[in-house]
Design a protein around this ligand. Structure first.
Ligand code: ZN
Length: 172
C-alpha cells in the first residue's frame, strides 16, 4: 500500500512573476528558487592514486604498504604518513568486516536519490587503516549495532566509472 507519493524536482514553468506596484513590501518577498541545468566537463588526473582506479576497473581492491616501517593502508597513500617513505601497492582481501557505519539521510546531488543509504568503514586483519565505502544488502531503515563486526565482501561495478563508488560491500 502506497503511503506517500514520490517527491520530484519537476514542476510548472512560470512565465510571469507578479510584482506589486507598491515596492515597500519587497524585502519580505519569498526567495525565488529556480531549476537550471548546469554541466561542466572536468579534465583531471588521479595522479598517484591512478593504480587504485585501475584496480577497481579490474575487480581488485588495492591498498598500499610502507616498505620502511610496514604500515599498511586500506585507503592507499602515495607516501607513508608514519615515516614519509614512498609506499608500494598490494591487493587487499575482498572479504573484510564492518568497523563502523552511518546511515546518510542527506548527500551530494549524485547521492540524493539513494537516501537513506549506509556508509561503512571496512577493516581487515593486518591492515592499519580503514576503507570508506557503501554498504548494500542491509536495511538503512532498520540500522543495527549488530552490523559492527559483520563479515562483508567487496562487489564491483561491471562497467567501471573510475569513481570510488565502483566498489561497494555487501554482507557475506
Ligand atoms: Zn612508513
Amino acid at each position: 500500500m502506497i503511503k506517500k507519493l514520490p517527491e520530484t524536482l519537476d514542476g510548472s514553468v512560470l512565465f510571469n512573476v507578479p510584482l506589486p506596484a507598491d515596492l515597500a513590501g519587497l524585502n519580505e518577498l519569498a526567495p525565488i528558487i529556480i531549476k537550471q541545468h548546469y554541466a561542466v566537463d572536468y579534465l583531471h588526473t588521479f595522479g598517484q592514486d591512478s593504480p587504485f582506479f585501475a584496480g577497481l576497473a579490474n575487480g581488485k581492491l588495492l591498498g598500499t604498504e610502507c616498505p620502511q616501517c610496514g604500515y599498511r593502508y586500506g585507503t592507499p597513500k602515495g607516501h607513508c604518513t608514519q615515516c614519509g617513505a614512498r609506499t608500494r601497492w598490494f591487493e587487499l582481501p575482498q572479504e573484510g568486516q564492518v568497523h563502523t557505519f552511518t546511515v546518510c539521510y542527506f548527500g551530494s546531488e549524485e547521492f540524493l536519490p539513494d537516501c537513506p543509504f549506509v556508509l561503512a568503514l571496512i577493516e581487515w586483519e593486518g591492515v592499519n587503516t580503514l576503507f570508506l565505502t557503501r554498504l548494500l544488502g542491509v536495511d538503512p531503515q532498520a540500522p543495527s549495532l549488530d552490523w559492527v563486526g559483520m563479515p562483508v565482501r567487496a562487489r564491483f561495478r561491471r562497467n567501471s566509472k573510475f569513481k570510488p563508488t565502483d566498489v561497494y560491500f555487501v554482507p557475506r
